[in-house]
Design a protein around this ligand. Sequence first.
Ligand code: GLU
Length: 420
Amino acid sequence: MAQGPSLFETAVQQFERAADVIKLTPYVREILRHPKNEVVVNFPVLLDNGQYKVFTGYRIQHNNVLGPFKGGIRYHPAVNTDEVRALAAWMTFKTALSGLPLGGAKGGVAVDPKAFSENEVTRITRRFTAALGSNIGPEHDIPAPDVGTNARTMVLMMDTYMNSQATATKQASWGVVTGKSLTCGGSEGREKATGQGVQITLENIAKDQKIELSSCTFSMQGFGNVGSWGSVLIAERGAKLLAVQDHTGSIRNVKGIDANALMEYAKKTGGIKGYPEADSCTAEEFWKTKVDVLVPGAFENQITEKNVDWIDAKIIAEGANGPITAAADKVLNERGVTIIPDVLCNAGGVIVSYFEWIQNKRSEHWDLDEVDERLKKLLTRACASVKKESKRLKCDLRTAAYAVGLQRIEAAYVERGIFP
Ligand code: GLU
């Protein structure tokens, strides 16, 4: 969905703001300005009508100084090099901030998965995985779900990758992707993990603003994996969901929307439009709804100079990656709105991905309580580091989050040096 300024430029500007504040070692800054590897594949797929169509797929590996490249695979018609580059860079800072031994990457295919049959999407996934070949691997680069992909996509990627391995190493391939189904090596709690991370980080940061989830109101943009689970889990804490927007429309109910019922409805109908227990409203009305917390949980570049003045919220929790443009971010900061940055707010997904990867490596299965507990521990620690840096450096939470990640990356580079 990149429009106007380059999304990768935005990502670079964000990290450079923190780099200035912490006086980052110049060569580390120079390295992070560029993705390490960029793979673009054009691959043919047999359609149901007997014809072939060539699709373009990407895998961009931004950095791996802290561990294997890690990040999702997106299926969306707007997927392009600039967008994938930005998303890959954000993964580097996200994993570093969370203290994971992982780097950052992102991939995708420029395709609208809803415009193709299930069999066609299966063939797209398998052929894309084959085209990526050894550019991914359990000790090298580990994809996961993102917009337009899910556990089924991941199982297909794993199966395709595994079948391309020599017999003796096949069983070492389970961890080539994360976000798999429970029957095929997935982790308990992975599906809800990103939404759960939004809830945990929101609760943590909101407390400092004297806002309790038990008595606050919120609105949600996006009702896919992040938006629906985020809504359910935030509402579970007692918060009242007032408005929701997704690709099918916007709805509102001042008395509150039952997130669980809406999730069921959206699963059945493919979106929130027509949900009988709320009124349909315009996009403008959605953004103008007065709430304590607004959660953009869909795409990048959703809060722009155009709608930023409509927003009446005390906290914005970035469930999506890059939902606020640089210009809108400035306006919101000046207005004193607390923004929980994406690299912290939506890190729950990659954290549980990391747990899945460990479980695969050790042939273990952790129960849900263990996953939940470990997730909470890592996110609480990340929140504490961000708040501490924000105080120490007298900067906003986004800059502080980058500062935490950057210092970890910098320490590794300085100690390891640059080969040769
Ligand atoms: N796509 C998710 C993200 O943007 C998850 C990545 C992962 O689990 O590797 O963080």
